[in-house]
Ligand binder design. Structure first.
Ligand code: ZN
Length: 284
């Protein structure tokens, strides 16, 4: 019996060393390499194209953001392409040499790359939207003070650089109260500020993502098991997530000072789901 079993093992091993099988593995690796190259190039091209797009559209930010959503779904599609290529082509061919359950290692290579793509798209989006928003912001802010004069005496009136909605401004010369109505671009500043703040907090975002990954790598302990490592990982997540939101809301309030007083509250609102998750998990 024992000898027979040993023999069978050896036979399986030989199958996995089969030159035709190894060729298929090589082909699969080359395909994944090609996907990575294509992904990397697409990111570089996307950034250049979208920045150009913003200038060509005379700083109308909406078409640029719509174009990005299109590129984004193409990038996400590369992950689907990896999955279907494996299922439809690679797996059936490999199965001629090894059993289905032994394909898991080969399958995992593709799954991991697909997940890496999604993570990188998420991070790329923060940087890209940050850069586009900065370019837009610098342009729009220039227009803040242009041609705004007193209706009564025609004196030039300075407008606050941090209020992007309609508001009253008194004339320094004759005290007449004028209504400042920003143009469309200036109204949009209010929206790009979120992107600018998030981009500025990218270091904190990275640290937070790292803590999340470390947390996910820990198997949740059962009732009777030691929870120290798990609790520590939760603590790290809490600290890094808080640090991110504090940085984010602080940066945001630099553009929108009205929000300075609510930073603490805004951070708490963002952290709420974290505490709910921890409560469910650890009961505190
Ligand atoms: Zn005046």
């Amino acid at each position: 019996m024992f000898g027979l079993f040993g023999k069978k093992e050896k036979k399986e091993e030989t199958k996995e060393q089969h030159p035709e099988f190894l060729k298929l593995v090589e082909k699969w690796d080359a395909f994944l390499g090609k996907m990575t190259t294509r992904f990397n190039e697409s990111l570089v091209n996307a950034e250049e194209a979208l920045i150009d797009n913003l200038e060509e559209n005379d700083y109308d930010i909406d078409p640029t953001m719509t174009a990005w959503q299109g590129i984004k779904s193409q990038l996400q599609g590369l992950r689907t392409k990896i999955d279907t290529t494996f299922d439809d082509k690679v797996a059936p061919q490999m199965q001629e040499y090894i059993e289905r359950w032994k394909l898991i290692d080969q399958n995992q290579k593709g799954v991991r790359l697909g997940e890496e793509f999604l993570d990188r798209i998420e991070r790329f989006e923060i940087i890209l939207e940050g850069k586009i928003s900065k370019k837009f912001y610098d342009h729009a802010v220039k227009g803040l003070n242009e041609n705004f004069t007193c209706t009564q005496c025609s004196a030039k009136i300075e407008v606050r650089k941090d209020v992007f909605h309609s508001h009253y401004v008194s004339c320094d010369y004759c005290n007449t109260v004028n209504t400042f109505t920003p143009n469309d671009k200036i109204t949009q500043i209010r929206w790009v500020v979120d992107n600018l703040a998030k981009h500025t907090a990218i270091t904190e975002w990275d640290t937070m993502q790292q803590a999340k990954k470390e947390f996910q790598d820990i198997r949740p302990p059962r009732e009777e098991q030691d929870k120290t490592e798990y609790i520590t990982a939760y603590k790290k997540r809490e600290e890094t997530e808080r640090a991110f939101w504090i940085k984010y809301f602080t940066e945001r309030s630099e553009f929108l000072p009205d929000y300075k007083e609510t930073i603490e509250h805004d951070v708490d609102v963002k952290m709420k789901w974290f505490y709910e998750e921890r409560k469910r998990d650890l009961n505190f």
